[in-house]
Design a binder for this molecule. Structure first.
Ligand code: AP5
Length: 206
């Protein structure tokens, strides 16, 4: 059966960075709800129009939209090993996933929790920059972009929005830690380490 791994953790903990490496080196497919939503906003699709306001305010997009989106993606990728990056983010999303997976011939293998302090998160997000051409993620201090690459800052990486996203994480997403601990599926990685060290911890778990 194809693998299903969840990356859980606060904004800016390095989920996208590590998912990208597993795609490049281990053949996983990354399903990032954030990336899918940003693309939809850019293209001005129906989904994008509905999601834009929530995202810019640092709030979560309504569960029904996200659950339908994820089911469609998982059905398309039925035979591939996947990393769910940024989903589920609420208890109703996790319950919907538990129902959905057996219906599409999948099992949840493991949930990797990225642990990082709020202070470090603010540093990482305020310094994050993106290459809009390739989607590659940089950091002005920890992983500076090459001189010839013109990078941009994400709309929701402004300080006041970062604070809101953290608040939302603590109130709506962190209950999933207990949810998956009870299922015996939760594995914790120390996300404050270097990207290589974090990667090695993930590999040793999956
Ligand atoms: P989303 O795009 O999922 O954002 P997020 O979870 O807040 O995560 P980020 O992408 O900000 O961070 P990351 O953990 O991937 O960190 P990264 O690797 O970039 O969601 C955006 C919005 O979409 C949400 O606010 C919501 O509105 C909506 N949404 C998405 N999913 C939803 C859902 N399921 N339900 C409802 N709404 C949903 O790293 C961050 C920075 O740190 C980078 O600059 C990187 O270079 C640097 N870095 C990474 N690792 C290290 C390291 N080890 N050491 C030093 N620097 C590092």
């Amino acid at each position: 059966m194809a693998k299903t791994i969840i990356f859980l953790g606060p904004p800016g903990a390095g989920k996208g960075t590590q998912a990208q490496r597993l795609v490049d080196e281990k053949g996983f497919v990354q399903i990032s709800t954030g990336d899918i939503l940003r693309e939809a906003v850019k293209k001005g699709t129906e989904l994008g129009k509905k999601a834009k306001e929530y995202m810019e305010a640092g709030k979560l997009v309504p569960d029904d939209l996200i659950i339908a989106l994820m089911e469609e993606k998982l059905r398309e990728l039925s035979d591939r090993d996947v990393i769910l990056d940024g989903f589920p983010r609420t208890v109703p999303q996790a319950e919907a996933l538990d129902k959905m997976l057996p219906q599409i011939g999948r099992n949840l293998d493991k949930v990797i929790l990225f642990e990082l302090s709020d202070e470090e998160i603010i540093k990482r997000l305020s310094g994050r920059r993106i290459d809009p051409e390739t989607g590659k993620v940089y950091h002005i201090e920890f992983n500076p972009p090459p001189k010839d690459v013109k990078v941009i800052q994400r709309e929701d990486d402004r300080e006041e929005v970062i604070k809101k996203r953290l608040e939302v994480y603590h109130s709506q997403t962190s209950p999933l830690v207990d949810y998956y601990k009870k299922q015996g599926k939760l594995f914790v990685v120390d996300a404050s380490k270097s990207p290589d060290e974090v990667y090695n911890s993930i590999i040793s778990v999956i």
